[in-house]
Design a protein around this ligand. Structure first.
Ligand code: AMP
Length: 201
């Protein structure tokens, strides 16, 4: 099994982020779960990969050519795949992985996590997706997702696809749980297809 981890190319200001990223790397290696990630040697990305490698695990990096120098590609990995674009990077990371996890990070992390979530809600894959909520980092994002449900833009079943864990071992447990039932993305389109009849006519 391989898990794709999206996380910051920075480390964040709270040392807990790096500590927990390293602990997750250790837990992955101990459970013989391979890491798939963006291939950088810096930030939380580098911290997870270094910990996996230090504990004898497998770490596969996927990085676009244009970022090899900027993100300081990690050259000590089990495998470093250099690809042509961000799109190829995300597609290959997804293909190589059985589950997706976001750790604290910036816009790149959020973009990557939300892409796999949008693919899941459209039924393009059924791989589990989780956030590792270190120090409550994702609390405001999870509350915003609740707001998207309350305002009718996301179904609660799709909101529930975002599994949440507060420790590395709980994270693996959450990923092993059964997937929620897949439902149609749209509130106002019958699942057989075609637009819903307009109200009041
Ligand atoms: P960040 O969370 O912004 O530090 O970025 C974490 C990772 O996401 C880094 O490897 C970035 O190269 C990557 N990234 C940033 N923007 C994007 C994007 N639009 N699509 C895919 N990956 C991205």
């Amino acid at each position: 099994m391989r898990i794709c981890i999206f996380c910051g190319s920075n480390s964040g200001f709270d040392p807990q982020f790096v500590d927990e990223a390293r602990e997750l790397g250790r837990v992955l290696a101990a459970n013989r779960i391979g890491l798939v990630y963006g291939g950088a040697s810096v930030g939380l990305m580098g911290a997870v990969a270094d910990a996996v490698l230090a504990h004898g695990g497998e770490a596969i990096g996927v990085i676009p050519e244009a970022l090899v120098d900027k993100e300081i590609a990690h050259h000590g990995l089990s495998d470093l795949r250099v690809v042509g674009s961000m799109h190829e990077r995300k597609a290959l990371m997804a293909d190589l992985s059985d589950a997706f996890v976001a750790l604290p990070g910036g816009m790149g992390t959020l973009e990557e996590m939300f892409e796999v979530l949008t693919w899941a809600q459209l039924g393009f894959h059924s791989k589990p997706c989780a956030v590792y909520n270190i120090g409550g980092f994702f609390d405001t994002l999870l509350a915003f997702l609740d707001q998207l449900v309350a305002t009718g833009f996301v179904k609660s079943q799709h909101r529930d696809m975002v599994r949440v864990a507060h420790s590395a071992s709980a994270l693996l447990d959450r990923l092993r749980e059964d997937a929620p039932v897949v439902v149609s993305k749209w509130h106002d389109v019958p699942s057989t297809g075609g637009p819903a009849p307009r109200k009041g006519r």
